[in-house]
Design a protein around this ligand. Structure first.
Ligand SMILES: C=CC1=C(C)c2cc3[nH]c(cc4nc(cc5[nH]c(cc1n2)c(C)c5CCC(=O)O)C(CCC(=O)O)=C4C)c(C)c3C=C
Ligand SMILES: [Fe+2]
Ligand SMILES: [Fe+2]
Length: 339
């Protein structure tokens, strides 16, 4: 067989084209209409998204996006582009590296067409989510499969599922943490993006482990190996171990709850309130569900939770910046791409 280049496709979640209310609404509409994200019946989802969430959340989210928007645009977009460029430099001429976003632009269909035009039919899809969730990685895989299913030559696609304890990525998070004097902080938080509890339970093939066994996420086993929460715990434990943070000095929590349904616990806001009540003054917060700074880290943790903690008597919530362009993270991406 002729040797052609190998394709590497990095895919992140997506971000609005601009921080205007109209563009944010368009983005939220596409995102929240995905049945893997709002996993209700189609009619229920339609009324919830179009009738309730979009009219109320679009202007509010747009105001927040305006605060985090930089001269380079959305941080999530900027760092995804840089990650693609830096990875391409590492991989050299044997590879064609592209990036796409699951929602909005650049869309996956257009980018897959670039591979087809370049006659590249050996493609590795790397969703930029260290922990698997049907709402993120699952949705990316679903979309790629739907798009290539009608191609004459169905490409040889390798789907990366997750990499919650990738040793080089863990090392990258640890190097970022080491920029701070850990001894100067009263407590360390590992705050992950949240997920509705029912979506966790759907990832348990036994139906009798997740949320039913005490400390169901404390160890990875056959029933929780694809559980977003169990994988998040694994990531946090691995970073804490690498940084020698004792168990009593760190907590794992989940942020960004949307709607009234129960989401994975404990909620970051409640953990922060408890720590303030216990008299803790300085918190260091890692956000290891994200490989780039974005609205959910820069604003929600770095601004909103900092203000909330101060209001409750604390002094500082210090956000550890995202992996972004860190060379050790690019090492990890290179390893994932090559192996
Ligand atoms: C890192 C993994 C992510 C999971 C899991 C996830 C699940 C999830 N998210 C929502 C709703 C929203 N998320 C929003 C922003 C957002 N989410 C992620 C990642 C995960 N989401 C990222 C990287 C971002 C930031 C994008 C950016 O442009 O910076 C938003 C939009 C912002 C806002 O209005 O708060 C919503 C809404 C649900 C419902 C969900 C699981 C079901
Ligand atoms: Fe999200
Ligand atoms: Fe669990």
């Amino acid at each position: 067989m002729m040797k052609s280049k190998k394709g590497i496709l990095l895919i992140n979640l997506g971000t609005p084209d601009s921080p205007s209310t109209a563009d944010v609404r368009k983005y939220l509409d596409e995102f929240l209409s995905d049945p893997r994200v709002i996993d209700l019946n189609p009619l229920g989802r339609f009324f919830l998204v179009k009738g309730i969430i979009l009219p109320t959340r679009s202007p509010k989210s747009a105001a927040t996006y305006q605060k985090i928007w930089t001269e380079n645009g959305s941080p999530l977009m900027h760092y995804t582009v840089r990650q693609k460029e830096l990875l391409a430099e590492r991989l050299g001429d044997d590879y064609m590296v592209e990036y796409a976003m699951r929602y909005q632009n650049p869309n996956i269909e257009k980018v897959l067409e670039r591979f087809r035009k370049a006659k590249i039919f050996d493609i590795k899809v790397i969703p930029l989510f260290p922990q698997y969730a049907s709402a993120t990685t699952g949705s990316v895989h679903d979309m790629v499969m739907a798009l290539v299913k009608n191609w004459q030559i169905i490409p040889n696609i390798q789907f990366v599922n997750s990499f919650p304890d990738h040793p080089i990525m863990i090392d990258a998070f640890a190097q970022l943490g080491n920029k701070y004097d850990l001894a100067a902080y009263d407590h360390v938080l590992f705050s992950f993006h949240g997920l509705p509890k029912r979506q966790l339970m759907k990832a348990d093939p036994s139906g009798c482990h997740c949320q039913q066994v005490e400390n169901c996420c404390a160890k990875i086993n056959i029933n929780n190996q694809y559980c977003y929460s169990a994988q998040s715990h694994l990531t946090a434990r691995s970073i804490a171990q690498k940084l020698n943070i004792p168990q009593e000095k760190y907590s794992i929590c989940f942020q960004s709850r949307l709607g009234k349904d129960p989401w994975v616990e404990p909620y970051t806001s409640e953990v922060i309130a408890r720590l303030a009540k216990e008299g803790k003054k300085k918190l260091l917060v890692f956000c290891p569900a994200f490989v780039a700074d974005c609205l959910e880290t820069t604003f929600e943790i770095g601004v909103e939770y900092d203000e909330e903690f101060k209001h409750l008597g604390g002094e500082k919530v210090q956000l550890v910046e995202g992996l972004n362009e860190h060379p050790r993270w690019i090492d990890a991406l290179e390893d994932i791409a090559r192996n």
